[in-house]
Design a protein around this ligand. Structure first.
Ligand code: ATP
Ligand code: MG
Length: 572
């Protein structure tokens, strides 16, 4: 079992190492700085496409880029690579900005959009045509694909490959002017149809798309492809280290070709690292969008989603996500990180900062028959034994209390140290009680317990120091406040959700359990959306930011107190 101070096995990063040169990318940056490349400047960026919400994988990229800028005294930009008018929306732009800020990355005044560079990109496309390095092509999308060849066979040249420069210039200008419908022409680079790297086989630079863009409106009806935009945007911004994920390794020769053949003000260099993969999690935005659109989750911020807004609503903290990123490190080879490491990170942080409270999720009434009727005692409880600065609060105790249903068993096995007829247990911060009588309904279900308490055990110890194995949490019935509690489990029931019949077939039907009528200690009455707590002996919870209301509180379970997965799997 993992105590909060034992990270799960398989952790690659050692958080104690100095950050500055702990991975291969930081080593490259450090070497460049030492060698005075780029005038000793370090400038990174995070370049999302605004076609969905950010997820935990993006957080890895953000922490890497922002972390490097900070550690090397450099700069960090946020840039939206917004070249696809049909899938991009302002809603996503705003959500991404909020998430990057929440994660703690600061772009200061350097917020950019690739669409800001459409004029420059257009001029650069004309430059390529003028130099015989691009041409307007009339092949359809399908034909372009068919002509491209395969990995083993070279491609065939487009019939327009040798179109006179003047003709291409004229057509390209008319494409821009809106003379042609979608799909009639494209602009392509003239590189090498037999190149072993398929990306170099006369790649597409521009397409006609009569579509409204979230920023440029209807100013354009031709749009540059991502590949013709990304590297040049970095060049325009003076990005020194263009850090991206491994799947862009094959694009690098093409990006370099653009940089070599265009009058760019600066030459960025691209470095690729392995993207984050997490067990029980999918990260493709397209698939996450399907989960949302098809109603498998309640939205992008459903607390079961791996999105930043989902994790935030679930109760995760930016500190925990940063610690997680420090732990997983940055490598060149793909791997899959165990979800329990993410859980360990949040547990570790909440253990330090979350106040402890008592909450009974599945209540069972206990009447303490020898406790004076009408009497209420105020018991002082420490908020967080892990936090030296933590305060105390008063919790009322009275004759009738709730305990957890699971904390009582009529026919208890020998190792059951909670409440059972004839055995004494400790009520946390209060008294010892003994179970004398079990009350059942007509169906034979236990509905109430009758107990007696020992007045000499106030505060949780007895004058004779008798040994008590079980300590239960409790809530006074008359003072309890009701709440709804949402218990989450993995969204998928397989560690690799894409396996078998695909991610939709592997959804976990038990990923959400809603408990109503939970009983909380009264100090929680004023709990605010986003507040985080440890429900003693249970788990960490946070007040839901969407559905919770004063008087009708809703709590999300952030993470259990212990790594139950590791326990189950190792027993398996
Ligand atoms: P898609 O899901 O459509 O493949 P994407 O996640 O690559 O999209 P982008 O908006 O292009 O979306 O990503 C922005 C940046 O985040 C890119 O630099 C990308 O390399 C990085 N990134 C995306 N996913 C991960 C991941 N799982 N781990 C680390 N970095 C990632
Ligand atoms: Mg992408």
């Amino acid at each position: 079992m993992n105590r909060p101070d034992d990270p799960p096995l398989g952790t690659s990063g050692d958080a104690a190492e100095p950050l500055k040169e702990r991975d291969f990318i930081r080593q490259i940056v450090a070497d460049d700085v030492r060698a005075g490349r780029n005038g000793g400047r370090v400038h990174t960026r995070f370049p999302p496409e605004p076609n969905g919400y950010l997820h935990i994988g993006h957080a890895k990229s953000i922490h890497l880029n922002y972390g490097i800028a900070q550690e090397f005294g450099g700069k960090f930009n946020l840039r939206f690579d917004d070249t696809n008018p049909e899938t991009e929306e302002t809603e996503y732009v705003e959500a991404i900005k909020a998430d990057v800020r929440w994660l703690g990355a600061d772009w200061e005044d350097r917020l950019f959009y690739a669409s800001d560079y459409f004029d420059t990109l257009y001029a650069w496309a004309v430059h390529l045509i003028e130099n015989g390095k691009a041409y307007v092509c009339s092949l359809s999308e399908d034909e372009v694909r068919a002509y491209r060849g395969t990995v083993t066979e070279p491609g065939r040249p487009s019939p327009n490959r040798d179109r006179p420069i003047a003709e291409s210039l004229d057509l390209f200008a008319r494409m821009k002017a809106g003379e042609f419908p979608d799909g009639t022409y494209t602009l392509r680079a003239r590189i090498d149809m037999a190149h072993p790297n398929m990306k170099m086989r006369d790649p597409l630079l521009y397409r006609i798309k009569h579509a409204h863009h979230h920023r440029t409106g209807d100013a354009w009806c031709i749009y540059p492809f991502y590949d013709f935009t990304h590297g040049q945007s970095d060049a325009i911004e003076g990005i020194t280290h263009s850090i991206c994920t491994l799947e862009f390794e094959v694009n690098r020769p093409l990006y370099d070709w653009f940089i070599e053949n265009l009058p760019v003000p600066h030459e960025p260099h691209q470095y690729e690292f392995a993207r984050l993969n997490l067990t029980y999690t999918i990260m493709s935005k397209r698939k996450l969008l399907r989960l949302v659109r098809e109603g498998h989750v309640t939205g992008w911020d459903d607390p079961r989603m791996p999105t930043i807004c989902g994790l935030r609503r679930r109760g995760y903290t930016p500190e925990a996500i940063r610690e997680f990123n420090n732990r997983i490190g940055v490598a060149k080879a793909d791997s899959t990180v165990d979800y329990s490491l993410l859980e360990w990170s949040i547990r570790e942080h909440l253990n330090r900062v979350a106040p402890r409270v008592m909450a009974v999720l599945r209540p069972l009434r206990v009447v303490i028959t020898n406790y004076p009727e009408g009497q209420v005692e105020s018991i002082e409880c420490l908020d967080n034994p892990e936090d030296p600065a933590s305060g105390t609060r008063q919790v009322p105790f009275s004759r009738e209390i709730y305990i957890e249903r699971d904390d009582f068993r009529e026919d208890a096995p020998a190792k059951f140290f909670r409440l059972t007829p004839g055995r004494e247990v400790r009520l946390k911060h209060a008294y010892y009680i003994n179970c004398d009588q079990v009350i059942k309904n007509d169906r034979g279900e236990v509905v109430e317990l009758r107990c007696t308490y020992d007045p000499a055990t106030r505060g949780g110890d007895s004058p004779d120091h008798r040994k008590i194995k079980g300590t239960l949490h409790w809530v006074s019935c008359a003072h309890a406040i009701d709440a709804e509690v949402r218990l989450y489990d993995h969204l998928f029931n397989r560690p690799l959700p894409e396996e078998g019949d695909g991610f939709l077939a592997n959804l976990n039907p038990g990923s959400l359990e809603v408990l109503t009528g939970c009983k909380l200690e009264p100090s929680l009455a004023g709990a605010q959306p986003g507040d985080r707590f440890q429900f003693l002996r249970n788990a960490y919870f946070c007040v839901d930011t969407r559905d919770s209301r004063p008087g009708a509180l809703v709590f999300n379970r952030t993470v259990t107190l212990k790594d139950t997965w590791a326990k189950i799997e190792s027993k398996g």
